[in-house]
Design a binder for this molecule. Structure first.
Ligand SMILES: [Zn+2]
Length: 239
């Protein structure tokens, strides 16, 4: 099927290098025109003007740099779950699984803000994303609430540039887990607000809900969540 499609489209493909060259020149010209009066990086006013962060708007076309951010760590345990387990362990476990799935995929260049139980300031996590010029920053968390019956997944974004990324991954998470859909929400969490790159924060479920927590600690559930995140990335980047 693939071969036949390739044969059929051989002729038009001759024009693809020319089109790419044209788009590159156009992108460079736009960058030069905008560069002169850019507001300082990180200021609130430049958030809505980062059109270059959209997939396809990136002249590189891949590999896409993915930065996985396991929430909390070290002296910051995060939320204490119903069982007494700490959020920082669940987030690292899921982050490692996403890393493993992306590691050998040529479409991606994958990084982690932490690979072990170490403490990293929120500001530093955003800095890593900005320095790396990540194409997607994915912060992994578990939620907590006083009422143990509250359940479900929430995905947060801040800059409007990140909404498509949030939608692509949130949809897959809901479908894969069957968890309650608490929606996609806009919030200026530090790791998102200081991030100049497409960035989202996922609350994968409520650790304060005993039933939900026991599933979230199950390695097989974590495998499925990691796959859902990768499926969402593939959809977002059109892979
Ligand atoms: Zn958290």
């Amino acid at each position: 099927m693939r071969n036949r499609q390739a044969a059929r489209s051989r002729k038009p493909r001759r024009f693809v290098p020319l089109l790419v060259l044209f788009l590159l020149i156009a992108a460079v010209r736009i960058l030069m025109l905008n560069g002169a009066d850019d507001p300082p990086a990180g200021s609130p006013s430049d958030k809505t003007e980062q059109a270059g962060n959209r997939p396809g708007g990136d002249a590189r076309g891949g590999p896409f740099r993915i930065l996985i951010d396991a929430g909390h760590g070290g002296i910051d345990p995060g939320a204490e779950g119903a069982s007494g387990a700490e959020e920082k362990d669940m987030t690292l476990s899921v982050a490692r699984k996403v890393y493993e799935l992306l590691r050998n995929d040529p479409l991606y260049e994958v990084h982690m803000t932490r690979e072990d139980d170490s403490f990293i300031e929120l500001e530093d996590r955003a800095d890593i994303s900005n320095d790396l010029e990540a194409d997607a920053f994915l912060s992994i968390h578990g939620n907590k609430y006083d009422d143990p019956s509250v359940s479900g997944i929430e995905t947060y974004y801040d800059s409007s540039d990140s909404l498509l990324l949030a939608q692509a991954i949130h949809d897959k998470l809901i479908r894969e887990t069957g968890f309650n859909d608490r929606g996609i929400k806009r919030e200026d969490w530090t790791v998102l607000a200081l991030n100049e790159r497409p960035s989202i924060l996922m609350e994968l479920g409520f650790l304060s809900n005993p039933e939900e927590e026991s599933r979230m600690r199950d390695p097989q559930w974590q495998d499925r969540v990691a796959e859902a995140i990768v499926d969402g990335l593939n959809r977002y980047f059109g892979g």
